[in-house]
Design a binder for this molecule. Structure first.
Ligand code: GDP
Length: 296
């Protein structure tokens, strides 16, 4: 799991704090310096770290902590609370439109795990009783269409394709009509991923968005790419507006910084975390549980 190294560091810092009786301001200052270094090493955005540490310092040098019987424990509690706050406090559920079908648009760079995640999401919605339809709108890579068909087959969810000769926006429109006809109440559109964000890519996504007015645009980002993932999220949010983020590859050997910064930088919630290659490896993102995992 990600965060192992961050967790080790936090545990060291905390065990030093716990051993102390009363805490001096200097003790808190030193501990927070360590916290700051640990977060920067985990590739958390610099501005996010600065504010995080400042908020903790303000709370930690107050009366309630310095004069309490277990000041070390109090500081740990504050760090925990601030971590939860950083990741958005509450879990953020998917929303559904009043009229069927609910349409979700999946966006992201190539390799982030978008196609896999699209299928994971469909599988989990199917489990909760929905009837999803997957839509192949990546017309630039025939392999992408095939890939969606394969993963769709694995979870037994239909995949709508029109090959690679039509415009993505037209495919999306036709898919929604087909969903209407066939009783699919959720439509999940897999859009094209490119290696880099470019004008053409954004233009195409905006065209789809404006024509089909999706309930949610979900950005899939690779947690292994650290701060790059956060930059990608910021960029997509500015250009097309996103409703939520899905972090992939949190099972990997990642430093996990994106999980801690993406919400603070974009002000958009992380809705799901993906933790493996299997199509069941997706979970709702719970800030509180994630904070506990990080603190160990
Ligand atoms: P796309 O280009 O964004 O559509 O990416 P793909 O869905 O093809 O995924 C790229 C690679 O990442 C594939 O080998 C996936 O199996 C892998 N992958 C996707 N999500 C995860 C995840 O949560 N954990 C791990 N370990 N691998 C993942």
């Amino acid at each position: 799991m990600a965060f192992e190294s961050l967790t080790d560091k936090f545990q060291n810092i905390f065990s030093t704090l716990k051993k102390k009786g009363k805490l001096s301001e200097q003790d808190v200052k030193l501990a927070l310096r360590e916290v700051k270094l640990a977060l920067l090493e985990a590739d958390v955005n610099f501005k996010v770290v600065k504010k995080f540490v400042k908020d903790i310092r303000e709370r930690a040098v107050g009366h309630e902590v310095m004069e309490s019987l277990t000041p070390g424990q109090q500081v740990i509690k504050i760090v925990n609370e601030e971590l939860v706050k950083l990741m958005g406090e509450e879990k953020s559920d998917l929303t559904f439109s009043k009229e069927s079908p609910t349409v979700y648009m999946m966006v992201g760079l190539q390799g982030a795990g978008k196609t896999t995640t699209t299928a994971k999401l469909a599988g989990s919605l199917k489990k909760s009783g929905k009837k999803p339809l997957l839509v192949a709108c990546d017309v630039y890579r025939p392999a992408a269409i095939k890939q969606l068909q394969v993963v769709g087959g694995q979870i037994d969810v239909p995949v709508f394709t029109m090959g690679d000769k039509n415009k993505p926006v037209d495919i999306a429109k036709a898919a929604i009509e087909s969903a209407d006809k066939n009783g699919n109440n959720v439509v999940i559109i897999d859009t094209a991923g490119r290696l880099h964000i470019d004008e053409d890519m954004m233009g195409e996504l905006i065209e789809i968005k404006e024509n089909i007015n999706p309930q949610e645009i979900l950005l899939v980002v690779d947690a292994m790419t650290g701060q790059d993932a956060v930059n990608v999220a910021e960029n997509f949010n500015e250009k097309i507006g996103i409703d939520g983020v899905i972090l992939t590859k949190l099972d990997g050997d990642t430093r996990g910084g994106s999980a801690l910064s993406v919400r603070a930088v974009t002000n958009k919630p992380i809705k799901f975390a993906c933790i493996g290659e299997k199509l069941t490896d997706i979970e709702v993102f719970h800030p509180e549980r994630m904070a506990s995992r990080i603190l160990g």
